[in-house]
Design a protein. Structure first.
Length: 391
C-alpha cells in the first residue's frame, strides 16, 4: 500500500510575520498567549526554524489585523499612514505603540467610509448635505447657547427627549444618532475604541464630517455623541477621553456643550429645584439616579452637570463618585442580541451610510458585490437582511 506523501505547509515570509507583529506593537509573549502557543514557537516562526500551520497563520493574520496573503510577499507592503487627529485623552501619560496603531487603524477606517459616502453621493447625483454654518463657534461661545442652537437645527426639543418612555431608554442613542446624521454627519460605531481607552473620535472634515463612538452603556453613548457634536461645532478633530471633568480647554467646552445639550439648564432647574446659593456637600445617589433617568443620561453625566450648575461641590464628584463611576463603566458589558444577521454592519456604519448603499444598490447603480464591499459584508444573505429591514 503506497504511503501518502507528507503534506507540505505553505512557505510564509518570516520577515513579514515579524513586521506584522511589530507594527501592531505586540511582543512575542502576548502573541503566544493569544494563540495558546509558547513564546519560543512564535519566535521560531519568525526566524524560519519552524513553519506555522495554515490555521495558525490565519490566526496571526487576524491578531495582527493584516491580510493572510501578505505573509507570502517578498517585502512588507507600503501602507498609507494617516496623520493622527489630536489626542485629547488627557489621562494618558505614556505612548503605547499598539494603541497608536489601533487608533490609526480606526481613523483610517473612518476616513475610508467618508470617502465611500462621498463616492455614493456622486454616484447617485444627489447633493451632498452641508453641516449648518450657523452651528460653528469657538471656545469663547457660551456652550448653553451653542447647545440650544444645535437642538433647533436638529428639530429635537428637550420635551421630545423627556417624553421618551422608560422602555425606550436604550433607543435614545439611536434617536440622537439619527438626528445628528440629519446635519450631514456620518456616525460610525467601532467597539475597538474602548480597548484603547477612548470613548470617541471626531474627524472634522467638511462636507460629511465623521463621528466615531464605542461600545459604552446607552446613556453614556448619548453623552459621547453630543460631546463629539460639540467638536464639530468647534471644527476640531480629536480622540475623546473617557467622561471626566476635563482639563483641556477644548474638552472642557465640549463636555459643557454635551451637558447643556442633553440637560438644558431650565429643564434641570424645573426638576431639581432652584440652584442653591451654596453648593451642597453631596447629593444622594437616589436623587442623582432619578434625574438621570428623567433626562435619559448616565448618573455620571448627570452629576457632572449638577456640579457645573452649582448644585453640588466639585469635591464630592472628584473624591467620592468619580472612582465609583469609572469602576462601573469599566465593568459594563453589552449583552444585546441582534434583531437580524445584518444588524451589526448597519449599527457600525449608521443609517446615513447604509441608506446610501441601499439606494445605490436598489437603483442598480452598484452591483451586489459592490454593495457588499461598501458594507464590509462577505455573506450576501446579510446584505439581503439589511435591505429587508431598512425602512
Amino acid at each position: 500500500m503506497p504511503v501518502a506523501a507528507k503534506r507540505e505547509r505553505p512557505v510564509y515570509n518570516p520577515t513579514i510575520l515579524r513586521w506584522a507583529r511589530e507594527r501592531r506593537g505586540l511582543d512575542v509573549e502576548h502573541v503566544a498567549e493569544k494563540l495558546h502557543q509558547t513564546a519560543a514557537r512564535v519566535q521560531a516562526w519568525e526566524n524560519a526554524s519552524e513553519v506555522p500551520t495554515v490555521n495558525q497563520a490565519r490566526a496571526l493574520a487576524d491578531l495582527y489585523e493584516r491580510s493572510f496573503m501578505e505573509f507570502f510577499l517578498d517585502e512588507p507592503p507600503t501602507i498609507k499612514e494617516s496623520i493622527m487627529v489630536p489626542d485629547f485623552r488627557s489621562h494618558r501619560r505614556e505612548t503605547i505603540q499598539r494603541e497608536v496603531v489601533a487608533l490609526k487603524d480606526i481613523q483610517y477606517w473612518a476616513q475610508a467610509q467618508r470617502e465611500n459616502a462621498l463616492d455614493l453621493f456622486e454616484e447617485a447625483g444627489d447633493a451632498i448635505p452641508s453641516f449648518p454654518g450657523t452651528l460653528f463657534c469657538t471656545p469663547a461661545t457660551n456652550p448653553e447657547d451653542a447647545a440650544r442652537q444645535s437642538r433647533e437645527a436638529m428639530d429635537f426639543t428637550i420635551e421630545s427627549q423627556l417624553a421618551l418612555k422608560s422602555s425606550e431608554l436604550n433607543r435614545f442613542p439611536t434617536i440622537l444618532r439619527n438626528r445628528i446624521e440629519r446635519l450631514g454627519v456620518l456616525t460610525l460605531k467601532n467597539t475597538s475604541l474602548r480597548e484603547v481607552g477612548a470613548r470617541g473620535m471626531c474627524i472634522a472634515e467638511f462636507p460629511i464630517p465623521v463621528i466615531v463612538f464605542g461600545n459604552e452603556a446607552p446613556s453614556a453613548q448619548a453623552f459621547t455623541l453630543a460631546h463629539e457634536l460639540g467638536h464639530l461645532a468647534l471644527h476640531q478633530s480629536g480622540i475623546i477621553s473617557p467622561l471626566t471633568a476635563s482639563t483641556t480647554v477644548i474638552e472642557a467646552w465640549c463636555d459643557k456643550f454635551a451637558a447643556a445639550f442633553l440637560m438644558p439648564r431650565a429643564a434641570v432647574v424645573g426638576r431639581a429645584g432652584v440652584i442653591p446659593p451654596q453648593p451642597a456637600p453631596y447629593m444622594p445617589d437616589a436623587k442623582v439616579n432619578e434625574l438621570a433617568a428623567v433626562f435619559r443620561v448616565s448618573p455620571h453625566a448627570m452629576l457632572i452637570r449638577l456640579v457645573h450648575l452649582g448644585y453640588v461641590l466639585p469635591a464630592y464628584y472628584w473624591s467620592v463618585k468619580k472612582p465609583q463611576f469609572e469602576q462601573q463603566e469599566a465593568e459594563y458589558k453589552s449583552f444585546g442580541r441582534s434583531e437580524y444577521y445584518g444588524t451589526r454592519f448597519r449599527n457600525a456604519l449608521g443609517d446615513l451610510y447604509t441608506g446610501l448603499v441601499m439606494e445605490a444598490w436598489s437603483n442598480g447603480r452598484i452591483t451586489n458585490h459592490n454593495a457588499a464591499q461598501y458594507m464590509g459584508i462577505k455573506n450576501l444573505q446579510h446584505l439581503n437582511d439589511i435591505r429587508d429591514h431598512f425602512g
